[in-house]
Structure formats: structure tokens, C-alpha cells
Design a protein around this ligand. Structure first.
Ligand SMILES: [Zn+2]
Length: 286
């Protein structure tokens, strides 16, 4: 894949190379998003993590619905996705159920202080979100698992047949396993094979083919693509075949937009997640 020599591309590519993946999506391969979709709490794409708080902090989705067969609530799109996934998982022989879904700011505050008094602040922060930083507050995340199993809400769930099924199929329902193994440095959370987050089927599939292994990395790609689109408003729609695979040689050289080669604030966001310096330019000079 031909990558821009721009530092922007290099930093992002470096982040992904470090995570063991060579495939990088070019901005034109990503679904188009409006800038507001990347900033609104009510967007399906909202990014929430320990360093990105919800605004307003006590945000509550207005359209919560009950997830069929449970006492839990999610936003309608996420509820449909989770219902379908659970139903198909059961049909495939895995008797999983929803263990948790929407949690209000207040509920999260109570949970966090319980963990805090039980385990201390440092460990509580690794296993639980502070109020205002939980994806459960978005109404787009659910915890799945067996009830009364030793693997319930444990890393071991990822090694169970159900955990493996979810990891493999979540994307088909527009869901992502939000806290993958070995990515705590980027996501801020330990591996949670039971926690799925809805971002929509197109986006989940695009994320999978982008090579991004965490939503933080994919969100950065979307942000870069959105900024590039804004910087080139007169650009004609691409005439390239839509199925050009990431990693293949583009037949035309992508135009670079202004700002290339300049380290922007967003790049620093990625840098913050990176382990200490390595040679990021290795491996993608062609
Ligand atoms: Zn969760």
C-alpha cells in the first residue's frame, strides 16, 4: 500500500503497525461521516473513554427501549443488534444472555464508588468507568455472558465457545468487542470479551477492514477522513472501484490535502496512546 509520507499518515500507520497490523484504510475507503457525528453524545459513533468524558456529563439518551426478553434498556438500533446477536448465538448453541446494558450517570457513580472502596481507586479505574466516561451511559453498549458461570464477566469468557462466537460475529450486527486483549494502553481498560458496543454495521465492517484493532484508532481515522473531506469540498466522488482492498496498490495517487506533514493536535491524541518510541516509518515505504 502506498502511504503518504505525511507525518499524519505515518503516526497513525505507526500506531497500527505497533499493534501488529499492516492494513491501513485510506480515508476514501471509510464511510463518510459528518464532523458532528464524531462529537455529539447522541451519535452512534461517540467516543467515550477515561480521557474523553461525556458532555454533558449526566447525558441520558432520549430514545431508550427495553431489550426484548430482558429488563435492560438500550437505544433502538443497539437493542435490535443485541437482540439479533443473542438470538443467533443461541441458535448456534451458545446460551448467552444480556447481563447489563444502559446505565445512568447515577448508577455508574454508585458502581464506581463500590469498586473504589472494595479494590482502591487505581484498580477500580482499570475495571470500571468513572461516571460520565462509561459507554453504558450512551445506551450503545451491552455486557453479554452466561449466568452463574465461572467465566461470567471474566477474561476467561473470551476462551469459551460463546466468547469466540461473539468475537467472530459481532461485526455482522454492527457491534464491536470494544476492549480487546492487549490494548489496555490504548483503550484504558482491561480485556473485556463480554462488552460489545454498537457503531452500526457499515462502520463495524469498515473498522474491521481498516486494520484498526481499537475504536480509539478507528475513531482517529474517521476524524482524519472527515477533516480531509472538509478541506477538499469540491472533490468529485471517487471513480475507483468501491471494492479496492486496503493494502492493495491504488491505481492513482491519492491527492494530499493541506495540513499534510504538520503534526496536528489530533495526531498527538494518537501519540498519547503509543508505547515508547519505535521506528514508525519501518515497513511502509512501499
Ligand atoms: Zn460493559
Amino acid at each position: 500500500m502506498r502511504l503518504a509520507s505525511a507525518l499524519t499518515g505515518s503516526v497513525l500507520a505507526g500506531a497500527l503497525l505497533l499493534s501488529g497490523t499492516a492494513a491501513i484504510a485510506a480515508p476514501q475507503d471509510l464511510p463518510a461521516v459528518e464532523a458532528s457525528e464524531l462529537s455529539d453524545a447522541s451519535s452512534m459513533l461517540a467516543l467515550i473513554n477515561p480521557s474523553t468524558k461525556l458532555s454533558p456529563e449526566d447525558y441520558t439518551p432520549k430514545d431508550l427501549v427495553t431489550v426484548s426478553g430482558t429488563s435492560f434498556q438500550l437505544r433502538p438500533e443497539a437493542a435490535d443488534a443485541v437482540e439479533e446477536l443473542v438470538s443467533d448465538a443461541r441458535a448456534a448453541g451458545h446460551s448467552i444472555k444480556v447481563l447489563s446494558a444502559f446505565r445512568s450517570y447515577q448508577r455508574q457513580a454508585t458502581l464506581f464508588s463500590q469498586y473504589q472502596s472494595q479494590y482502591g481507586t487505581a484498580y477500580a479505574e482499570r475495571i470500571s468507568a468513572r461516571p460520565g466516561t462509561s459507554e453504558h451511559q450512551l445506551g450503545l453498549a451491552a455486557d453479554l455472558g452466561y449466568t452463574n458461570s465461572q467465566a461470567e464477566l471474566k477474561e476467561a469468557f473470551g476462551q469459551t465457545p460463546a466468547g469466540k462466537w461473539i468475537a467472530e460475529h459481532a461485526v455482522d450486527y454492527g457491534l464491536i468487542v470494544r476492549y480487546p486483549q492487549g490494548k489496555e494502553e490504548i483503550t484504558g481498560y482491561k480485556y473485556e470479551p463480554w462488552h460489545v458496543r454498537y457503531i452500526g454495521e457499515d462502520q463495524a465492517k469498515a473498522m474491521q477492514s481498516s486494520g484498526a484493532q481499537t475504536y480509539e484508532e478507528y475513531f482517529q481515522m474517521l476524524q482524519d477522513a472527515s477533516k480531509q473531506a472538509q478541506a477538499t469540498p469540491a472533490a468529485e466522488p471517487s471513480t475507483e472501484p468501491a471494492d479496492t482492498k486496503p493494502g492493495s496498490e491504488p491505481t492513482t495517487k491519492p491527492e494530499q490535502t493541506e495540513g499534510s506533514g504538520v503534526l496536528r493536535e489530533d495526531d498527538l491524541l494518537v501519540l498519547r496512546f503509543l508505547p515508547p518510541y519505535r521506528d514508525w516509518s519501518f515497513g511502509f515505504t512501499q
